[in-house]
Design a binder for this molecule. Sequence first.
Ligand code: F6R
Length: 373
Amino acid sequence: MIAPRYGMHKDDLRTTLDNDEYRQERDRSGMFRLVQSFPDQCREALQIAKSYDPGPRATAVRSVLVTGLGGSAIGGDMLRAVAAPHSDVPILVNRDYSLPAFAGPDTLVIAVSYSGNTEETLAAYDVARQRRARMVCITSGGELLRCAEADHVPAVRVPGGQPPRASTGYLFFPMLSVLERSGVLDRSLQGDAQETVDLMQELAEAYGPRTGFDENEAKQIAASLFGSVPVIYGTQDYAGVAALRWKTQINENAKAHAFAGTFPEINHNEILAWEECRRQARRWTVVFLRDANEESDAPRMARRVAVTRRLIGRKAAQVEVRSRGASLMARLFSLVYLGDFASCYLALLYGVDPTVIRGIDRLKAELARLKQS
Ligand code: F6R
């Protein structure tokens, strides 16, 4: 079977996405298996998280800074979204070589790098050490683990050998446990974690390859995104985090451009870009990631979304997705998980292996070579 082309009839896209042989041929490195087994990963991560020992508490934590990049950093964004309503100290995510000036002895710095070899995270780790910050590392190994062991910095070690972006469970749940045990949260979120894992288990089947196109929201979304520029809007803070995750998953899995934004901010700038969007590209698809109870819980937001949808009108195809679950954590993960699957199906439509990230690998190798010369 050949890779689909834009302009193909929806029936052909349906046939492609329901074809198991075609999927296995493209998904040579097994991304679908990893995405499908995400609930197991979360369960394992919850067990691993219990091993974290915060040690004696020297100073009270006055701020939390998660430092990391890419698939490791997004776990920090998810943590911030879920933990902020339960914390009276700020929780921020840092994606750089250095740390903001406020980071000091009363900052809890969580250095997270799945591989343990990301140079920006290693540099930020050094800065945190110099500033005498309270520190924890989350990693599967590499240089970060080596440094943590040498410096007696507590580290949570998670299983390695898979792409960082497919390891969000391994990275998120230990970080959550670190916050709980450091006294940053006003209550335990373990009940929410359990609800989240149970919901993921249900969705793994609903969005998985065995569920046919007509019943499978993830496959249908991939077909809508195919051949167009995806713009993902989250209609509340947590949904904005999910939108960013969709964007990066489409970038890395489908090797395609995508853009992400959050309401209400996009109403103050990006809304104008729709006026002449067709001068930039002919086909656009907007995905609105919305809370299931938005109309009753956030009516002002719901009104904004309705007006925005009217303003965009027929300039872009519009797709709406609603969160599932009760807790904030479950709702966030439900949106993220749908995007993870949809980006993998989009990779199939573009005929690429979702796992392979040649560009990132080459960039990292080139930077390492330049560092040595
Ligand atoms: C690859 C991926 C990347 C990495 C990033 C940082 O799957 O998601 O975005 O996460 O290059 O690498 P780590 O996570 O190993 O620090």
